[in-house]
Design a protein around this ligand. Structure first.
Ligand SMILES: Cc1cc2nc3c(=O)[nH]c(=O)nc-3n(C[C@H](O)[C@H](O)[C@H](O)COP(=O)(O)O)c2cc1C
Length: 175
């Protein structure tokens, strides 16, 4: 069973990358076969519904994610939604990657008021691609970080819960 963690922020000082990186570290410590994909390292074109699908980086990312049965996405919350880079990845990869997969989210936001922002993309993945969404997610604000480290105890516990559920759900669905 292969897994993947995708960091979707393009900010070098990203907080969602710290969340995703912690999840990746926990999964590796459990012996999981888990890929790490950082969109900051892989320039992707904007989805145009046509020529973009032939782009070399798009094809490479798609191949890597297609191999994973369970995927966690570390996402910035922008304008009460996931960032356009995160949504663009989903548009570029589509049903070949997301159908029959388990997916979960780790979100970095500026404030607590946007905590429902993940629901739009979660519903879209469920309805469009039949992706099985883990019904818990990690949501962190600036208060959960100190000097580039995750210090919010509740957030650290939630990352453990999300990674445990990723393994549990993916085993149950894909074993
Ligand atoms: C364009 C933009 C829009 C944002 N919109 C929201 C928002 O709607 N709600 C919120 O809580 N924070 C918002 N923020 C704050 C980001 O969620 C916050 O900076 C977060 O740390 C970004 O994730 P990252 O550090 O992984 O890049 C926004 C930031 C930017 C740059």
């Amino acid at each position: 069973m292969k897994l993947a963690v995708v960091s979707c922020s393009l900010d070098p000082d990203s907080r969602s990358r710290l969340l995703a990186s912690r999840a990746h570290e926990l999964l590796r410590a459990q012996g999981a076969d888990v890929d790490w994909v950082d969109l900051a390292d892989i320039p992707l074109p904007l989805c145009d519904g046509g020529a973009c699908y032939g782009n070399e980086n798009v094809r490479a990312v798609k191949t890597r994610l297609r191999e994973a049965s369970g995927i966690l996405m570390g996402v910035p919350i922008y304008n009460f939604d996931i960032s356009s880079a995160a949504k663009n990845l989903i548009e570029l990869t589509g049903r070949d990657v997301w159908t029959g997969k388990v997916a979960g989210f780790l979100c970095a936001a500026g404030g607590r008021g946007s905590y429902m922002s993940i629901m739009q993309i979660a519903a879209s993945l469920m309805l469009d691609f039949r992706t099985v969404i883990i019904p818990r997610f990690v949501y962190a604000t600036g208060h959960d970080f100190t000097d580039g480290r995750i210090t919010g105890e509740d957030v650290l516990t939630r990352i453990e819960g999300l990674t445990a559920d990723l393994v549990r759900f993916t085993n149950a669905l894909c074993a």
